[in-house]
Design a protein around this ligand. Structure first.
Ligand SMILES: Cc1cn([C@@H]2O[C@H](COP(=O)(O)OP(=O)(O)OP(=O)(O)O)[C@@H](O)[C@H]2O)c(=O)[nH]c1=O
Length: 658
């Protein structure tokens, strides 16, 4: 049922929500809107001091989120959405802008600053309308607005604050609270639109749609202003101004803006560097038609033809940024192999214990040629893994960068050493047969290692102690790096017993028990794995983790309230995923849940798409989209699904047995 007739205007359009926020998705889905979710990669790092008012910051961030997705869809997906919606929610108190807390202490800082006070919640919304123009290009119109809601918190005691923080709820929410859930208990009153606090001002949005689609169609048909994003003519991007609508008088809490990123001829755009990054940033001096002027980052939208081709001017040669991007892509495998080699030869461990060694000394220690070592060290410096310092002797000495110290030492808490060794010894040979993998649609263990993979893990990994240990170390390192983000993605306070299916060394399980004092976790994995799990038991941790050996396709699953499937489903084809989910569903009572941690294919981020190729070459599965997981889960009686893009390697997704 569609209550609001404007929502139905979008029924046959490709509507894209540029947001990973599950609350925004719920609000719009509940309103009857059909849309695709393409989370924005825009990093929320605009300089707040450049904005006179906090809502200007929220609106600008919303615009950048939406524009980044519009641009990416044209470039990568080669499809033109009709409308892209971006939003950004902030909380303001005592002239501070509060976004999502980075950790528990940050959440404490935020919540204690809100205690006993009234604060404002602003959600900035940007609507990007995409139109094909008569020159076979895409024009954009940008409409933005914001909504303010005032919220007053009760006085919060220390114990209440910490209990709330430890529930995990604050972590992905602006201001560190969720008014729609436990956070509602902290609230004395709300003045204004409640959904605006939750993350999306639905009422104001519908009013805007009404203006766009019902009242001002003629003004939208006005010829759009286009602006060249480069003054030297090397690139002509089309960014049209939005048409002028006659909007009703705003209430004190409801505000709209048009053309804040107007394409007025006064816009000055200077390209600065490559547009390869998510933001594809160009410096834009925004000459706004509304209250503020600000220098901010925006995305240069490419001019596309309807066939998805970039328009290239006849007289312009290849652009420097494009060539650089191509070079980076072609060199990608060399960079990976340089990293794998330096890691395998223990260069980073060596330089950690003896920083400042010269190439000759390093060559001796790693038992390698001087020439080869010099080349490898220089490559590592250029890749940001090592730093070199000139000495008076002109012989450089080397030390680890912070990146190497954090991730490349074999004993660092977030060491990726184990995973890198697996990439080097297993993934690399498999990828050298990628062409066959693509042609045949199957893994390449046979060609790469002479191993038939009838019983996949047994035949390709667990047949040999050394290979098994390497694989377990790889899984262990990834689980340690991703575990906390997955464990704290959702409020798990209603669960007591967890079963981590295929939980390998227990690294993820330990993160769950650490983050949730009330949980105990059973790791369920093959006997060959459980046999060796004690090698990975962490010291100095309270252990509420136990191990049960079994095959999750055959044996009884341990009873639990919550089942974790972290990097499991991507190993298997749909038929096998179906068997496993049916077995889990049979073991679940209503109210039990499944937490899936995978990299979701939505937004076609390179990490996810390449990981999908990896699954093709290495296993029997693939990565999947949120929608595919939602559909699979609902087939097995699960619903009320929430999704969190953790910003880590894995996204998380929880579904409740109905
Ligand atoms: C105050 C409040 C906020 N939120 C959530 O806080 C996030 C804000 O962050 P954002 O940067 O605007 O969005 P995001 O989650 O990072 O998603 P994206 O749009 O992809 O940037 C959004 O989720 C909102 O629902 C609640 O769920 N309840 C509340 O009471």
């Amino acid at each position: 049922m569609v209550l609001n007739p404007v929502i139905s205007k979008l029924a046959n359009k490709l509507v894209v929500l540029a947001s990973a926020s599950p609350r925004r998705q719920d609000i719009l889905r509940n309103a009857g809107l059909k849309f695709e979710v393409v989370p924005s990669w825009f990093k929320e790092t605009l300089d707040k001091s450049l904005f006179k008012e906090p809502h200007e910051y929220a609106v600008e961030t919303a615009k950048q989120k939406a524009l980044e997705v519009a641009r990416r869809m044209l470039l990568k997906h080669l499809k033109t959405p009709d409308i892209v919606i971006g939003a950004d929610t902030i909380v303001t108190v005592d002239s501070m802008i509060l976004e999502k807390p980075v950790d528990k202490n940050d959440a404490y800082r935020m919540l204690s600053s809100l205690s006993g006070k009234e604060h404002s919640v602003y959600t900035g919304v940007a609507i990007v309308l995409c139109h094909d123009n008569e020159n076979d290009e895409v024009d954009y119109q940008l409409i933005d607005f914001y909504e303010e809601t005032k919220v007053k918190f009760a006085d919060l005691s220390e114990s209440m604050l910490w209990e709330y923080i430890n529930s995990g709820e604050p972590m992905d929410k602006a201001g560190g609270y969720g008014i729609q859930a436990l956070g509602g208990m902290l609230v004395e009153y709300v003045h204004g639109d409640f959904l605006n606090v939750v993350g999306f001002p639905l009422n104001h949005f519908c009013k805007q749609l009404d203006l766009i689609y019902n009242r001002s169609t003629s003004s939208l048909d006005e010829k759009s202003l286009s602006v060249s994003l480069s003054e030297n003519g090397t690139e002509s991007n089309s960014l049209s101004s939005s048409a002028k609508h006659n909007l009703p008088n705003s209430s004190s809490q409801t505000h709209h803006n048009q053309n804040t990123l107007s394409a007025s001829p006064l816009n000055k755009v200077k390209r600065t560097g490559s547009d390869r990054e998510a933001g594809g940033s160009s410096q834009v001096l925004v000459n706004s038609s509304s209250e503020h002027k600000a220098t901010c980052k925006t995305t240069a939208l490419p001019q596309m033809t309807n066939r998805g081709q970039l328009t290239v001017h006849a007289d312009s040669g290849p652009k420097k940024e494009d060539l650089q991007r191509m070079m980076e892509l072609m060199d990608g495998f060399k960079a990976s192999k340089a990293l794998f080699t330096a890691s395998k030869m223990c260069v980073f461990d060596l330089l950690q214990s003896r920083p400042g060694l010269e190439a000759e000394q390093i060559a001796q220690e790693i038992k390698a040629s001087l020439k080869g070592t010099q080349c490898l060290l220089e490559a590592c410096v250029s890749l940001g893994l090592l730093r070199s310092k000139e000495q008076t002797s002109h012989k450089p000495m080397y030390e680890n960068t912070d990146l190497a110290t954090r991730f490349l030492l074999s004993d660092a808490p977030f060491s990726l050493h184990g995973y890198i060794q697996h990439c080097n010894s297993t993934v690399w040979p498999l990828f050298s047969h990628l062409e066959s993998a693509v042609q045949e649609g199957t893994n390449q263990h046979d060609k790469a290692f002479g191993k038939k993979s009838k019983d996949m893990f047994q035949d390709t990994v667990y047949y040999d102690r050394e290979v098994k240990l390497r694989f377990m170390k790889a899984m262990h390192s990834i689980a340690k790096v991703t575990g906390k983000a997955v464990a704290t993605a959702f409020d798990l306070s209603s669960f007591k017993t967890v079963c981590d299916i295929g939980g390998c060394t227990g690294a993820m399980a330990y993160e769950f028990t650490e983050a949730h004092p009330g949980l105990s976790v059973t790791v369920f994995d093959l006997p060959a794995v459980v046999d060796m799990s004690e090698h990975f038991t962490p010291q100095h941790r309270e252990h509420r983790v136990s191990f049960v050996a079994g095959d999750f396709f055959k044996d009884d699953l341990p009873k639990a309230d919550l089942y974790i499937l972290a990097r499991i489903l991507h190993d298997w084809p749909d038929e096998k995923v179906d068997i496993l989910l049916k077995r889990i569903s049979d073991a679940c009572r209503p109210g039990c849940a499944v937490l899936i941690a995978e990299t979701m294919l939505d937004g076609l981020r390179p990490h996810s798409t390449l990981q999908s190729l990896n699954m093709l070459a290495q296993a029997e599965g693939k990565e999947r989209t949120q929608r595919q997981y939602v559909d699979m889960m609902s087939t097995h009686g699960f619903g009320d699904t929430r999704f969190v893009q953790t910003g880590n390697f894995l996204d998380a997704f929880i579904s409740i047995k109905l």
